[in-house]
Ligand binder design. Structure first.
Ligand SMILES: Cc1ncc(C[n+]2csc(CCOP(=O)(O)OP(=O)(O)O)c2C)c(N)n1
Length: 520
């Protein structure tokens, strides 16, 4: 057995059975090992941002890390933006990054760089395998890190000579690597919070983050709200929210600072459930960075290393509210009037509420077009909704790839701003090659629309021609039908709501990917 083979076995033993890859010469022995050893699904991405974003999407749906295979420092660097997003989403990922053979490093060949230095800012854990004897232990530690609670980004650098040299056999007696158990919930704190909610329920917000937005957790939150009059909301961004008809409504905090300030002004207390204090995305002159009013008291029910479902359940029990009737969202009525009407963000939201299929996974990178989708799609059939946790655009198409690989029996819908989709459009090719059931809807407003608003919000005045040219993408207009078709994805363009409805229905009913360019 060589080192590469030993490492593949170590990953498989640790429950990592999917690798998103973009390899080079230094990774060829690892590629050969993946070829020889049964059990690893290998998915090629044509840009490393696709690879790392796919691993993020995979984790969010499977709650289990995938591996990535990246080519030295530059390959890793190409993947960093989506590793940043994954890190903010608390997704576990095992990055395997190839490195020159140890003897070759001194020669300073063209691809030589400080890989650990590149990796560190976006990784929780970084290690270069320094000897064949350490290889399996280091591999195991990388998997253990990624399977931590919450998930962590582990980057393991594999020098080519470690990959091709004979490796030590697996140390005996090591069982499989499992996800770390959650830390226990603080029962004293649960009782204190129950007392608090009995007295101040109406002025308290339960703010849900991380896995607290899964339906099993929100079901308890809904009962707590019914019993105490508290409100329930989620952070603006979530790794995934299980929502839709029949579930507890968990509105998202608004993105816009003024709107968020207004919502939070209603509360004296915020109970954080795997969430953090809400802050503005950016600083603006004359606007506060903290979104809750000064004097708001924060209480922590659970933090990301704890199980929010358990915490909410215990709180519900402490309130004797486990049988309370949570208010559940009703199914949005079918709208026959809609499809002859105008095409705009409001009507698109209403249409999506009728079209999202049960159990679908929606990846939301619709940016300004999607601002009202949260309220509009609340009564859709039950589904999951994923948002960008790190704010680095280009997350959506890769995350859709990973989600589709993690859940092959579910339809994925990627809602994309045209500007955002351009960052990682190579993901379309992976969707086509792997025949993934992904419906990509590109909102072609041909601008960086959100930035036009931000220009004004930060007090930069009215854009002149040079500034306007940096905020628009209309000259030339991108041809999404050509881009999609060129990557192997059947694509169409629509200009009315009726055409959009037909095209989306067709794609949902057709196995494999489809792309719809919605011209706004
Ligand atoms: C990696 C990265 N680069 C740049 C930005 C800044 N940025 C935020 S939104 C945006 C434009 C988004 O355009 P689009 O997806 O078309 O959505 P729209 O604003 O038009 O609704 C840009 C460039 C970012 N967030 N991340």
């Amino acid at each position: 057995m060589n080192g590469a083979e030993a490492l593949v076995h170590t990953l498989l033993d640790g429950g990592v059975d999917t690798v998103f890859a973009n390899p080079g010469t230094s990774e060829m022995h690892f590629v050969a090992a993946l070829d020889r050893i049964e059990g690893m699904r290998c998915v090629l991405g044509l840009f490393e941002g696709v690879v790392t974003g796919a691993a993020d999407g995979y984790y969010r749906i499977r709650q289990r890390p995938a591996g990535t295979l990246l080519h030295l420092g530059p390959g890793l660097a190409n993947g960093l933006a989506n590793l940043h997003n994954a890190r903010k989403a608390r997704s576990g990922i095992v990055n395997i990054v190839g490195e020159h053979a140890t003897t070759h490093l001194a020669l300073d060949a063209p691809l030589t760089s400080d890989i650990e230095g590149v990796a560190r800012p976006m990784s929780h854990w970084v290690r270069t395998i320094g000897s064949g004897e350490r290889l399996q232990a280091d591999g195991r530690e990388a998997v253990t890190q990624a399977r931590g609670r919450p998930g962590r980004i582990a980057t393991l650098v594999l020098p080519a000579d470690m990959a091709w040299s004979p490796a030590a056999h697996a140390p005996p007696g090591l069982g499989p690597v499992r996800e770390a158990a959650p830390e226990p919930v603080d029962e004293r704190q649960v009782l204190d919070l129950a007392d608090h909610l009995r007295q101040h329920g109406a002025r308290t917000l339960l703010l849900l983050g991380g896995r607290a937005t899964l339906a099993r957790a929100t079901a308890w939150a809904g009962r707590i709200a019914a019993a105490t009059g508290c409100a329930v909301m989620s952070e603006f961004y979530s790794p995934t929210i299980e929502r839709g008809a029949g579930r507890v409504a968990v509105p998202r905090l608004p993105y816009a600072v003024d709107a968020a300030l207004k919502v939070l002004a209603r509360f004296d207390h915020i109970v954080l459930v795997n969430a953090v204090e809400p802050v503005a995305f950016f600083a603006y002159p004359d606007k506060p960075g903290r979104l809750a009013p000064a004097g708001t008291r924060f209480h922590t029910l659970s933090h990301p290393a704890q199980d929010p479902e358990e915490a909410l359940h215990l709180l519900c029990e402490a309130l004797s509210a486990t049988r309370a009737q949570a208010a559940l969202v009703e199914r949005a009525p079918a709208r026959t009037d809609l499809e002859d009407g105008l095409l705009n963000p409001e009507t698109i939201g209403a249409l999506l509420a009728t079209l999202i299929p049960e159990n679908a996974i929606v990846v939301d990178e619709a940016v300004s077009t999607g601002r009202a989708f949260d309220a509009a799609t609340r009564g859709a059939a039950p589904h999951e909704w994923l948002t960008n946790m790190g704010g680095s655009i280009g997350y959506g198409l890769p995350v859709a790839v990973g989600a589709a690989i993690a859940a092959p029996d579910r339809r994925v819908i990627a809602l994309e701003g045209d500007g955002s989709a351009m960052y990682t459009l190579q993901a379309l090719w992976t969707m086509a090659r792997e025949s993934l059931d992904v419906t990509v809807i590109v909102f072609a407003n041909r601008h960086y629309q959100i930035l036009r608003g931000e220009f004004n919000q930060v007090g930069a005045g009215a854009p002149g021609q040079r500034a306007a040219d940096m905020l628009s993408i209309d000259r030339p207009a991108l041809d999404w039908v050509a881009l999609g078709t060129g990557h192997g994805v059947p694509s169409s363009r629509v200009t009315t709501l009726g055409e959009m409805a037909d095209a989306v229905r067709r794609s949902l009913a057709t196995p494999g990917p489809g792309l719809i360019e919605v011209v706004l």
